[in-house]
Design a protein around this ligand. Structure first.
Ligand code: HEC
Ligand code: HEC
Length: 280
């Protein structure tokens, strides 16, 4: 009898399959593919607005001249975990490496195996040399020293496997804190207000509190309500989340049910934080 292949998200799936699952969950493709401009997968993204000007996420296909085909695994780990390029410059935080910092070595290896497997595309990076971005890179270098980058995730043995899985997905590929946690003066997420919403998220918009506070957070949502919003974007009020969250739902819709359930269980377990007013 043939055993069923393990689910793509499950440990035991082969490296490329599991790497593809993580890349989909993180939305590496959404930033690194210029879908609107008809660009090839992972061959370089659409323009992103940053505080330092417009930046184009680079070509991360295995092309040896214009992509990352010459990178060794160590180069990849240094970029994703520490935000440092092979030429030792620091990446801008528009590349959410702060969250990929917490990926395990095994998951980084699977992501690299997956990227090595995509078709190499010759496409010169549009953001050009360090020129216009050097002020931003210098600031990123300072932030890297001031900020705390804890490194690979370690499971909490006092919690069960589902809780740990949810916490890991939120902290890494989900990067929920990128928008739902306000920033401190170093530009790092404020640990005292984890996931309690931000008054100035992407594009200056308000991002809601997703801790279980019943008045200002999502404490009245059931675990299934959270699973639903992650699956198809629909809230318990039969509304659909929009803006930056709609793009995240494209990622979480590609998770398997067990992983969405784990994220929901984790969010329900967080300490409730009361905020000024319901973020929106
Ligand atoms: C929100 C958008 C965004 C997401 C999501 C994202 N990236 Fe990026 N990535 C960027 C930007 C922007 C840069 C360039 C930063 C700079 O030049 O300072 C970058 C740079 C990189 C680089 C460095 C390439 C080079 O040539 O130096 C690699 C490798 C990379 N990303 C891989 C990934 C992987 C793998 C994922 C998914 C796990 C991912 N990225 C998700 C925006 C993103
Ligand atoms: C790129 C920014 C961004 C990221 C990353 C992000 N969110 Fe959101 N999220 C938003 C915004 C903006 C809204 C409000 C959308 C709206 O009102 O239409 C939102 C809304 C929500 C809501 C609905 C809350 C309510 O009161 O209606 C939930 C639940 C949620 N996000 C969970 C998550 C989870 C879980 C993650 C990580 C997997 C995540 N978000 C990652 C920006 C983000």
């Amino acid at each position: 009898m043939l055993g069923a292949a393990p689910a793509a998200g499950a440990p035991g799936a082969d490296a490329v399959t599991h790497g593809a699952y993580l890349a989909a969950a993180a939305g590496c493709d959404q930033c690194h593919t210029d879908a609107k401009g008809g660009g090839k997968a992972y061959a370089g993204g659409r323009p992103l607005e940053t505080a330092f000007g417009v930046i184009f996420p680079p070509n991360i296909t295995p092309d040896r001249e214009t992509g990352i085909g010459r990178w060794r695994f160590a180069d990849f780990v240094r970029a994703l975990r520490w935000g440092i390029a092979p030429d030792d410059s620091h990446y801008l935080p528009a590349f959410p490496f702060r969250f990929y910092n917490r990926l395990t070595d095994a998951d980084l290896a699977d992501l690299k195996a997956f990227l090595d497997s995509v078709p190499a595309v010759r496409a010169v990076n549009r953001s050009g040399g360090p020129g216009i971005l050097s002020a931003g890179r210098a600031k990123a270098a300072i932030a890297a020293i001031a900020g705390r980058f804890p490194g690979p995730w370690l499971a909490d043995p006092s919690r069960d496997a589902a809780w740990n899985r949810g916490a890991y997905l939120v902290a890494t590929v989900g990067r929920c804190e990128d928008c739902h946690t306000p920033r401190n003066i170093f530009g790092a997420p404020d640990p005292r207000r984890r996931l309690a919403g931000a008054s100035a998220g992407p594009g200056g918009k308000v991002v809601p509190n997703i801790t279980p506070d019943r008045e200002t957070g999502i404490g009245k949502w059931s675990q299934q309500d959270i699973i639903n919003v992650l699956k198809d974007g629909q809230t318990p009020e039969f509304d659909f989340v929009g803006g930056a969250m709609a793009e995240i739902v494209r990622n979480t819709s590609r998770l398997d049910d067990a992983d969405r359930r784990a994220i929901a269980a984790y969010l329900k377990s967080l300490p409730a934080i009361r905020t000024q007013k319901k973020g929106r």
